[in-house]
Design a protein around this ligand. Structure first.
Ligand code: LLP
Length: 431
């Protein structure tokens, strides 16, 4: 369920008219709905109620402090992948004891920082990293709680760049090798074997890959529980969201985002697939959702600068670019694009919606069928709350966009738009 709706022919986020946001803050601007995020969090929490669980929000999806604060207050833990993310969580008042620290290449400084703050666990992806954590913990006379990341070798049926749980990916340790690594870890003086972690990929729109992965890993979990008394299993994130028809839906169902047939994958389908096998294990379950919590809770407001007709093609050049939202260029991802003012006489048209950046990959939609656009029209690029702003860059020396959080009939600026001065800050003239 998300809270973007037309009311009196104007697109609203909750009770806030998005045209007003654009008038006050300018464009391009990311706008997030607090109620949507909290609704998604509590639905997932309720669906998992039959098992002892902790939802650790994947900070990488959207790391604005206001969003982290919202989720920390709702009781969430956090899945972090860098010292910077831990720093943000602490600044937002999140509990380090509810942070699970993932990533294949943690630095000495990051491991140090995480141990000092007493994170819930460090998720280890290689033996070399395990040795490093043991050494650092010994220097600090600490015992580091760890989970090894298991690679169950399943196909999550998603875009190749965001599939992580197959033997061809750099992530995790293979099932056939992991027993030996746990045995080594259990013998280390400054390591405490606390759990097992996995994450098979992102934007997964069926329950089956999760069920398959749990089935493959369950024997290992039973063995580790009896041998070392492991306390938790993290099944990672990856629950997909609706991208296509994101505006009309709100039914709690998700659809494939590559133009496929609607798929019946909902929170309860997900829970039905994972709760029974996990309940039997009798250990705490961690979930690391990012996209599911925030994806459909955000839009990017952008204004049409020019309409350009060349031969058979028509382009609407908008003021947001691939530097603000890189998903279409990087993953050929589909985002619904909605006019903020609903046209009263809709004239069907086909248009490429492109940004001002000097790359042909700088587009948000190709040959999109929608009502005719005009200069000055305000558009909302939908479902960009996850992996939107966080992947933005200053490419073409474009300032990062502003971010706004809506709750009810109020909205607040939660990140100022960068200025040109900001772009050069930190640069130093050589002697
Ligand atoms: N846990 C781990 C270990 C992860 O690597 C990830 C995402 C998550 C949890 C959260 O996954 P989610 O629930 O959001 O699917 N930039 C890409 C997505 C990259 C995902 C990376 N890892 C995109 O825009 O689609």
């Amino acid at each position: 369920m998300h809270f973007f709706r037309y009311r009196d022919h104007k697109l609203h986020c909750e009770d806030v008219d998005l045209e007003q946001v654009a008038d006050r803050v300018g464009t391009p601007t990311y706008v997030y709905s607090a109620t949507t995020i909290l609704d998604h969090y509590s639905r997932l929490d309720a669906a998992l109620a039959p098992i002892d669980h902790l939802i650790c929000y994947a900070v990488k999806a959207n790391s604005n402090r206001a969003i982290l604060k919202l989720l920390a207050n709702a009781g969430a833990g956090f899945d972090i992948v860098s010292g910077g993310e831990l720093f943000r969580v602490l600044a937002a008042g999140g509990a380090p004891a509810k942070c699970t620290f993932a990533g294949v290449g943690k630095s000495r400084e990051e491991i140090d920082y995480a141990l000092e703050h007493g994170v819930f666990s460090l998720n280890v992806e290689s033996e070399a990293e395990l040795d490093q954590i043991d050494r650092i913990a010994a220097e600090k006379s600490l015992c580091a709680p760890i989970a090894l990341r298991v690679n169950p070798d399943v196909d999550p049926h998603t875009h190749a760049y965001i599939a992580t749980g197959s033997h061809e990916n750099k992530f995790g340790i293979a099932l056939y090798q992991i027993g030996a690594v746990y045995a080594r870890a259990a013998g280390m003086a400054n390591i405490r074997v606390a759990g097992v972690q996995m994450h098979i990929g992102s934007q997964i729109t069926e329950a089956q890959p999760f069920a398959n992965a749990i089935e493959k890993v369950a024997p290992l979990l039973r063995e580790l529980k009896s041998k070392y008394g492991i306390k938790f299993f993290s099944i990672g994130g990856g629950m997909g969201i609706i991208y296509q028809r994101a505006l009309e839906s709100g039914s709690g169902k998700w659809w494939h985002d590559h133009g496929g047939e609607p798929s019946a994958f909902s929170v309860s389908d997900y829970a039905d697939a994972i709760v029974p096998p996990l309940r039997d294990l009798g250990i705490q379950v961690l979930l690391e959702p990012g996209r599911f919590l925030v994806g459909n809770a955000g839009v990017l407001l952008t204004r049409v600068r020019y309409i350009k007709q060349t031969g058979s093609k028509k382009f609407a050049v908008v003021d947001a670019g691939m530097n603000d939202l890189i998903r279409p260029a990087l993953y050929q991802s589909y985002h619904e694009i909605a006019p903020v003012i609903e046209p009263n006489k809709s004239k069907p048209d086909k248009v490429d919606i492109v940004g001002p950046v000097c790359e042909s990959g700088d587009f948000f939609a190709l040959d999109r069928e929608m009502s005719e656009l005009h200069e000055g029209d305000l558009l909302a690029i939908m479902s960009v709350g996850a992996y939107g702003f966080v992947m933005a860059s200053n490419y073409n020396s474009r300032p990062l966009p502003a971010e706004v959080l809506v709750r009810g009939d109020k909205f607040a600026l939660i990140r100022k738009r960068q200025t040109w001065e900001d772009l050069a800050r930190g640069e130093i003239d050589p002697l």
